[in-house]
Design a protein around this ligand. Sequence first.
Ligand code: URA
Length: 420
Amino acid sequence: NAVLDAIEVKKFGGELSEEQISSVVAGYTDGSVPDYQMAALLMAIFINGMSREETVALTRTMADSGERYSFPECVDKHSTGGVGDKVSLTALPIVAACGAPVAKLSGRGLGVTGGTIDKLESIPGFTFEMTERQFREQIERVGMALTEAGDLAPADKAIYALRDTTGTVDSLPLIGSSIVSKKAATGAGFLIYDVKCGSGAFMKTPEKARELAELLVDLSEALGVSSSALITDMDNPLGRAVGNALEVRESVALLKGEEAPEDLARMARAVAVRLLQLKDTPDPERAVEEALTSGAAYAKLCEFVEAQGGDPGFLESPVVSGSVAEVRAAEGGYVERFDALGVGQAALVLGAGREKKGDPLDYGAGVEVLVRSGERVEAGEPVALLYGEKNVERAEKLVREALRLSEQPTESAPAILDSL
Ligand code: URA
């Protein structure tokens, strides 16, 4: 019995062969390996880890478990998940406007971390449902298409659901193979990973984030995808807006050249430049500036939204909740950080995220932070706006606790901590 053999090997820290890995993964995906045996194997992997060869084999076998698309000319990006992370909404229209086609796989929000699918679904009519043919046709016509996992990497979908309920999510080889298998199945030839680091992220320290970034790049390259990674701050939310329509509104402001948060502008440019560098685009910095100042990047966003069924009129004036409460500072001080986890939790309880699986979202709900690390705040000054009707008191308490003030002057947090 292949799975029992594999459990015996892994529980003593041994190494599985590629055949053993593919046989177990195939068995679990077709239902012939039961949950309890797979759970035992996953826990043994969690405890004893996997070698590079095992991790590459697991990634490849999961990527091959369903359909595999092929878009060797296209770029894609992946964020490990953050609060206020609207880099996909901003950097991708920029690169598409610069002539690098985008074929991206997106996800929904998970806990306090938002998902690009939820953000774009705040636009009336927007859909992620499309066949491979429609996806391909839209990339050719518009230069940018986003889809959900659908039939891609079904083995990962099954294994992830089991990990989620057996305490085996936070294992580096399991996370790395899960992410890269889906990306490889989507088939873009060039990828950037934005590995978030801090209170509002999966990885809490720069060392852990770097370890994951190195693994993601290594696994991608092993599967033939040219890739690089940034490690970016998630002790603070990115930009000011947290919540689906609020984030669309902030992204539109940036792409239209209106006033936009500095950290978001820097991140969107950095990710766009990196993707263009992977594609060997000449003078990527200049191309990015031109796409922004000429309005081409915003026009690309509108074209993409319309192609996926969304109302581009919404982009002109995104609808956010009309119910707005102001939070004022109880005392004065210098902002050390506006803790991303707390702000994310506040946005979630207001209705921007899901407290349990399947909860409906209030797309117009969320938080806008009005002060940022490094700034001085006086007692009584407004520090955040809460949008939404649900749980406003709970959200206010969370936001108050999230605002960390110091008596000493503080520095503004850098958006990009490290890169490889
Ligand atoms: N995201 C994924 O897609 N997989 C993981 O294992 C963790 C986060």
